[in-house]
Design a protein around this ligand. Sequence first.
Ligand code: ADP
Ligand code: ZN
Length: 210
Amino acid sequence: MKLIFLGAPGAGKGTQAEKVSEYLNIPTISTGNIIREALKNGTEMGKKAKSYMDAGALVPDDVVIGIIQERLTQPDCENGFILDGFPRTIPQAEALDRMGIHIDRIIDIEVPDDTIAQRVSGRRVCAACGSSYHLDYKKPQVEGVCDRCQGALVQRKDDQPETVKERLAVYHEQTEPLKDYYAKSGKLVIVEGQERVEDTTALTIAAVKE
Ligand code: ADP
Ligand code: ZN
């Protein structure tokens, strides 16, 4: 199964993608994580992406399209995958179409902007492995420590309030038009984000099973 998870930054698509990835036993491909990894490793691409990311802007299309093109040729993608955070613009969606990739379903997780702003401020990520946590909704077993690798949990620079505002504006302007783009294919399923993460997960799993 080949899936795209759409949604505003902080809508919880990454968390849901991870659950569905376990459920279907297919990898999640997060462009955000790949870019952060490149940044940590000090690659050219990482350096180029950093200024955009820190400002809450999108990284240029050619960069992320290149990342995805390369990633999708890895053998673990053969039986399907979840794209988390790609495409984020119409040109990216068109590039994916041109790659001849047949997507089975597009899941759009919808959450109001004010809820997002509040949620994102509580988000923490592992500095070592990138796992995502939340101060209220997804607490680690030990405060400030990653369950998976014992790494330190930190707040992303782009999760600070001013940057979040900018990211939401960018989302509405550049990513939201993808809903219409995919609605035309008849494969778009809208999932209303719920108060409790596990309730959203139940709806998301139902949406991929449909
Ligand atoms: P979130 O889903 O919370 O917005 P991500 O980790 O997916 O966070 O993305 C973080 C940042 O990485 C984005 O704000 C953007 O700068 C960059 N990025 C990730 N995916 C893309 C993409 N498909 N196109 C352009 N920039 C991207
Ligand atoms: Zn970790």
